[in-house]
Design a protein around this ligand. Structure first.
Ligand code: F0G
Length: 462
């Protein structure tokens, strides 16, 4: 008798209309390329990459609706119709009445930091993000990590490892005083922790604590839709709520948000700064004309704002976000078959290989994650990125390397770009490198730029 089919598979809620050729290179070719790139995957030419899992930032496939939107770009210097379309959707989905467009996320981080921070302030946050912390430091603040301890442990399976530890936050408030804390910087999911979300309950508790000390909350909502998805799937009371409703509820606890639109919104460029605070808005709207462009385009073309506005409609569709995170989960499940260690549970945007464990014979000052990313590229042309000691940079005061507990290689999924077969090829390559791990030697840094060294630093094989 024929077996009964159990319908448990899902598929992407779209089909492919346009394709972009990619090519496989030889090992010799890749050896030359990675050496020329100083063993830094950021310095490779993308022509030399086969499957590009460097980042999900700006690397997404836009929908036919978004491409059609590009054709109705209103490129007027002032008052573009696309700006108003985008503004309406920012209000609709994030619930923030005031909006300033920026060319990408870090431009918003720059303005928020310059407007809210005074020299000597402290900014607590649920783990750092590279550009976020740098802008806070450049404005004169000290960043303090108040994420729960589990976030630093790659094998801990807790569902909300992006949560803020209230005890740590209280201790900081008691130590430095609420007046020295202009805002709490909360991200969800937490990129550097492996794409781990915070829970709504934690957000409410943080909000209550901050209210009682008159401290504001600001939200890095770059991948907030992924956080909303995890809340729906994992937190009691949210299973029946829509992604849009959860997103709106999350945002309601914040005074303002910033977004790198290059992620959730599935566009190639763009950023959002939005707030409920009119005074702040007026300052930011004035500042944007100094650094970005007029406040109705903020460094973007009208057509880009149109694609963003449409991206906002698409990002909250349940099937879309389920397929995105489903792809990452599939990747994790395949790696599990071979016992390759990565940050658990699977996060929203990427798989983070545990380089500390995989290359346990390399001390952290030989850059295990940088090494692993280079080896993976050498094996197959799959490109990931370092998220360890190189990304963490140097301590502001001592000038020493910051040695983070997490030493990871991030394999990030562009939205709507790669198929399951691409994932299978990437998994096979990771497994091959993993099985050869004992023969891998470390790196030494031979060039180190002052800011965000992971982008442009250069290395040599030891
Ligand atoms: N916040 C988060 C959580 C991010 O992941 C990024 C960018 C930014 C802010 C800055 O935004 O790039 O538009 O200026 N993350 C990219 C990444 C670069 O690969 O994770 P941006």
């Amino acid at each position: 008798m024929a077996k009964k089919v159990i319908k448990k598979s899902w598929a992407e809620p779209f089909k492919i209309k346009v394709v972009e050729p990619i090519k496989m290179t030889t090992r010799e070719h890749r050896e030359r390329a990675i050496k020329t790139a100083g063993y830094n995957t950021f310095l490779l030419e993308s022509e030399d990459v086969y499957i590009d899992l460097l980042t999900d930032s700006g690397t997404n496939a836009m929908s036919d609706r978004q491409w059609a939107g590009m054709m109705v770009g209103d490129e007027a210097y002032a008052g573009s119709r696309n700006f108003y379309h985008l503004w309406n959707n920012v209000k609709k989905y994030y619930g923030m009445p005031y909006f300033v467009p920026t060319h990408q996320g870090r431009a918003a981080e720059h303005m928020i930091s310059q407007i809210l921070i005074k020299e000597g302030d402290y900014i607590p946050g649920n783990m750092y993000f590279t550009t976020t912390r740098l802008h806070q430091e450049l404005a004169g603040a000290t960043f303090v990590d108040v994420i729960v301890d589990e976030a630093h442990n790659p094998t801990n399976e807790k569902p909300f490892k992006g949560n803020i530890d209230l005890k740590k936050l209280k201790a900081l408030i008691n130590k430095v005083g609420a007046k020295k804390i202009p805002y709490v910087s909360m991200a969800g999911p937490v990129n550097m922790a492996g794409g781990q979300p915070f829970s709504m309950k934690n957000l409410k508790d943080v909000y209550k604590l901050c209210q009682s000390h008159k401290i504001k909350l600001w939200f890095d909502a770059t991948r907030a839709v992924e956080n909303a998805y995890f809340i729906k799937m994992r937190e009691r009371g949210y299973a029946k709520k829509t992604i849009a409703a959860i997103l709106k509820e999350m945002c309601s606890y914040f005074e303002g948000i910033w977004v790198s639109a290059k992620k959730d919104l599935m566009v190639n460029i763009g950023g959002i700064l939005a707030t409920k605070n009119k005074k702040f808005f007026e300052k930011a709207r004035n500042m944007v004309v100094v650094y970005e462009g007029l406040h109705t385009y903020g460094g973007l073309a009208g057509r880009d704002m149109e694609a963003m506005a449409i991206g906002l409609d698409e990002m909250v569709e349940f099937d879309n976000i389920r397929a995105r995170i489903g792809q990452v989960e599939y990747f994790g499940a395949e790696l599990d078959k071979y016992g390759v260690p990565y940050v658990r549970p699977v996060g929203g945007h990427a798989i983070f290989l545990d380089a500390k464990k995989i290359l346990s014979h390399l001390p952290q000052d030989q850059f295990p994650a940088q090494t692993l990313a280079a080896e993976l590229y050498l094996d197959s042309g799959v490109r990931g990125m370092e998220r360890g000691v190189v990304s963490a940079g140097r301590d502001q005061k001592t000038g020493e390397h910051r040695f983070p507990k997490l030493e990871l290689v991030r394999l990030t999924f562009p939205r709507r770009v790669y198929t399951q077969a691409h994932i299978d090829v990437a998994v096979e390559s990771i497994v091959a490198v993993y099985q050869n791990r004992k023969n891998i030697t470390g790196l030494k840094m031979i060039y180190e730029p002052e800011y965000l060294r992971f982008f442009q630093g250069r290395f040599e094989k030891l």
